[in-house]
Design a protein around this ligand. Structure first.
Ligand SMILES: Nc1ncnc2c1ncn2[C@@H]1O[C@H](COP(=O)(O)OP(=O)(O)OP(=O)(O)O)[C@@H](O)[C@H]1O
Length: 472
């Protein structure tokens, strides 16, 4: 139930109550529906209304005061309109009060959350925008929580304190993958209704450090090699609009660079589930519940687990914190990855032919197991480190930093002149759509660090899953 309102019957023959409630629609969408109860006895009618209102008021999971950040420039620049026309009227109906900030510059929301926001006045934060805007919100909120709790965010060994405020995402960007992965659809009304009913979905967050220096948080994909190069190249072609991703994807596929380095990882021991399971993370996921509990009990007992090391040449190193499914790639990079089980799926694509790499990429959209190829390895891990070749000790690293400028220029010349046959030594890390400034990184998963106003993707009702003959 969203809300209830009472009205006099027009002919004066009693009273009626209009109850607004959530109705499931197709493809994980939710809609606002209305049902009317009429009664000739006004006292009875009033009794119904009071009871429903009392029940709604005592439901502590429903937010009453929300802090809303709108990026007016995200996606097709419709954020403000979407919020005002589709979301704000629903919040008003549900009796939710809001404090709205329309951002004026990049990182406005992050900086406001870090310092000025009076968080104690709110039950949640709403982000109107795309994945970049969501990233701003989590960076502000996580940082603020750590400072308030006396945790040093620059220290990779510290266990981070979970954020108490839930975050709602109203999709209004050109990429809305986090919303899609946690709700199942990119629809502002559905997201608003999940906020109103007070849903809660925990989400793992990975912290990325370089030499005891905090770089960024990640909730979806960290990609070195192919996905890093695609992002770097597409950033230079922003003028092309969304077509730049296809263009850069094709270009990087044809370029076919591989990169040398060392990956060390800490396997997630004792958990249930593997990256090659047929089952996916869904609403009320038992694997997230089980592993989440196990890992929070074992926090900081890393010494019990053993680090493993792999050296080699890689076309891509992908660390997926969630399936990374989106409308373009419905299965995602790691179809069985979980939202809140405290692990990342580390996918290593070793040097192989272009034809084989294409086979792997095509499996992101087909039914075949994308990891069932000899040049692919996948591990479910709690932590991993990557060091590119030439920078495998501290002194090498200093050398690397000094020479980095020279190499960057050199590799650029070589990329532009393939005839010289010299491949670049380094790729870049794509961290949830942002390029990281360092290639040697230390990544650690913080189990269920944040919570969203969502419930994970719900199982489709049997009659909607027409592709499954058994279900019919
Ligand atoms: N007022 C503003 N002016 C300029 N940039 C802003 C403003 N508010 C937020 N931003 C920045 O805009 C970037 C993109 O925003 P958002 O994610 O909402 O849209 P998007 O269209 O999905 O983005 P992308 O271009 O990355 O796909 C974010 O990184 C955010 O930091």
């Amino acid at each position: 139930i969203i809300s209830v309102r009472e009205e006099e019957e027009e002919n004066g023959s009693g009273q009626r109550d209009d109850v607004l409630y959530v109705e499931r629609s197709r493809q994980y969408r939710w809609r606002c529906a209305e049902v009317t109860f009429a009664c000739s006895d006004e006292a009875v009618c009033q009794h119904w209304v009071n009871n429903i209102r009392e029940l709604l008021a005592t439901n502590t999971s429903r937010p009453k005061h929300l802090l809303v950040y709108i990026n007016p420039y995200g996606g097709k620049r419709q954020g403000k309109r979407i919020y005002e026309q589709k979301v704000a009227p629903l919040f008003t109906l549900a009796g939710i009060s809001t404090s709205v900030i329309v951002t004026e510059y990049a990182n406005h929301a992050r900086d406001h959350l870090r310092t000025a926001a009076e968080l104690e006045k709110f039950d949640g934060v709403v982000c109107v925008g795309g994945d970049g805007m969501f990233s701003e919100i989590i960076h502000g909120l996580i940082w603020r929580t750590q400072i308030d709790c006396g945790v040093d965010p620059n220290c990779p060994e510290e266990a981070l304190s979970p954020c108490s405020l839930r975050i709602g995402i109203i999709p209004a960007g050109s990429t809305d993958c986090i919303c899609f992965a946690t709700v199942g659809t990119n629809d502002p009304v559905t997201s608003a209704l999940h906020i109103i009913v007070g849903d809660s979905q925990a989400l793992d967050v990975s912290s990325v450090h370089h030499n005891n220096m905090f770089l960024r948080y990640s909730v979806s994909l960290l990609g070195y090699g192919f996905y890093g190069d695609v992002l770097t190249d597409s950033e230079r072609k922003r003028w092309m609009g969304p077509a730049r991703y296809d263009f850069s994807g094709l270009k990087m596929f044809l370029t076919h660079h591989c990169y040398e380095g060392t990956v060390s990882y800490l396997p997630a021991g004792g958990i249930i589930g593997t990256p090659r399971d047929a089952t996916k993370c869904r609403s009320g996921c038992v694997i997230c519940q089980h592993n989440g509990q196990l890992l929070s009990e074992r926090t900081e007992k890393y010494e019990m687990d053993e680090w493993r090391t792999i050296r080699g040449k890689f076309l891509a190193i992908n660390a997926a914190s969630m399936s990374c499914a989106c409308p373009r790639s419905p299965k995602g990079l790691s179809p069985a990855a979980h939202l809140a089980d405290g692990t990342i799926d580390l996918i290593l694509v070793r040097k192989c032919s272009r034809f084989n790499f294409l086979r792997h990429l095509l499996r992101h959209t087909s039914k075949d197991d994308q990891f069932d190829l000899t040049f692919i390895e996948v591990h479910r891990v709690r932590r991993f480190r990557f060091t590119p070749r030439h920078c495998q000790s501290d002194s090498d690293l200093e050398l690397d930093l000094q020479e980095n400028g020279k190499r960057q220029i050199f590799s650029q010349i070589c990329k532009d002149h393939p005839a010289c046959g010299c491949a670049p030594a380094y790729s870049s890390w794509n961290c949830d759509g942002e390029i990281l400034t360092h290639t040697a990184i230390d990544v650690r998963v913080h189990c269920q660090l944040i919570k969203l106003f969502a419930r994970g993707i719900e199982e489709l009702p049997v009659f909607e899953d027409l592709t499954n003959p058994c279900a019919i």
